[in-house]
Unconditional design. Structure first.
Length: 325
């Protein structure tokens, strides 16, 4: 395992008393995985990532990261990981190439190797021609890709990406997704946080959901979607007076739940809605009922998140607990 953590706890002391930001997190990340770490603001995701990256010490618990014990060999952990913070890691006035080389030298990489590897990464991440540019002159997407170069320059086994596409336009986000997939294809393991559910769905081999400092769900995106109570089906009727008859047909379907009628629409949830639909339509047609339309929607990660936590991923009602330290 690239990451193996057991019972990670982090408590912050504040004037109002202790804040339990992370409460006994267990997690595993295998070599070569892209794992998404999702949670509302204040759920503990950034605190957990910062513990795994040795930026803060756990109050209790154990972890092995990149083959090194988090408590006994934090320097070994740092040598084996790359960390790309949400806020970025470059100085506005600095020259992009110089920032990369200086960062590599901190990891013991000689200057010649740092320049060669840095220029190669610039080419791979679509930063050609920007080696001597000041960081402040780069676009948001270029700055974010430069941050990733900084995190990769010492060839880490494991890369932590904290909200890698925040603030980017849709095209820049899509381009960065391709680069992240490319990192995995070259053998890197990636552990990322994101507020974008479509990003987690598109990129991640597995997803972990944290809420109130505890892992509340874990699995492949499709596995998590299957935990939501079926596909959403909406039947549009030509005549609202036929809704009771259609509802009766739906009630006879094994596994149909959340059956609701709203005027000319009958909606419900059922596992494998696409395979159920042909038989349902035949039953409705046999009763001489005419439908105006049919819609089937697979569960989304948003449905999963609301089911698991009872709130939206982008819930801004609380601030990050890690900021109270």
């Amino acid at each position: 395992m690239m990451i193996e953590a057991r019972g990670l706890v982090r408590t912050f002391k504040t004037k109002r008393g202790p804040v339990h930001a992370v409460q006994g997190v267990d997690l595993d990340v295998a070599d070569g995985e892209i794992v998404g770490f999702l949670g509302p603001n204040g759920a503990g995701k950034t605190t957990t990532m910062r513990m795994l990256a040795t930026l803060i010490k756990p109050t209790s618990g154990t972890a092995t990261v990149a083959g090194c014990d988090l408590a006994k060999d934090p320097v070994g952990v740092r040598r084996g990981i790359g960390y790309v913070p949400q806020s970025g890691s470059t100085l506005p006035e600095a020259i992009a190439g110089d920032e990369v080389v200086d960062h590599a030298r901190l990891y013991g990489v000689d200057k010649r190797t740092a320049i060669a590897d840095g220029r190669r990464l610039f080419d791979e991440l679509d930063l050609q021609g920007l080696w001597r540019r000041q960081c402040k002159t780069l676009s948001g997407g270029q700055r974010r890709r430069l941050d990733i170069v900084m995190g990769l320059i010492h060839d880490p086994k494991l890369i932590f990406l904290d909200e890698p596409t925040t603030g980017l336009d849709p095209q820049a986000r899509a381009n960065l997704w391709e680069h992240i997939r490319g990192l995995r294809d070259r053998g890197a393991t990636i552990f990322l946080t994101t507020h974008y559910l479509d990003e987690a769905d598109a990129l991640c081999d597995r997803i972990l959901v944290i809420d109130h400092g505890k892992i509340v769900a874990a699995g492949q995106p499709e596995q998590l979607k299957q935990q939501v109570s079926g596909d959403a089906v909406r039947l549009g009727l030509s005549d609202a007076s036929q809704a009771p008859a259609v509802t009766k047909v739906v009630e006879d379907l094994p596994g149909a739940v959340a059956i609701e009628t709203d005027g000319e629409v009958v909606s419900f949830r059922i596992p494998q809605g696409g395979s159920v639909l042909p038989g349902l339509l035949r039953s409705i047609d046999a009763q001489g009922i005419e439908l105006a339309g049919v819609e089937v929607h697979r569960p989304t990660l948003d449905d999963v998140f609301l089911t698991m936590t009872g709130r939206s991923l982008r819930d801004e009602d609380s601030t990050e607990k890690e900021n109270v330290a």
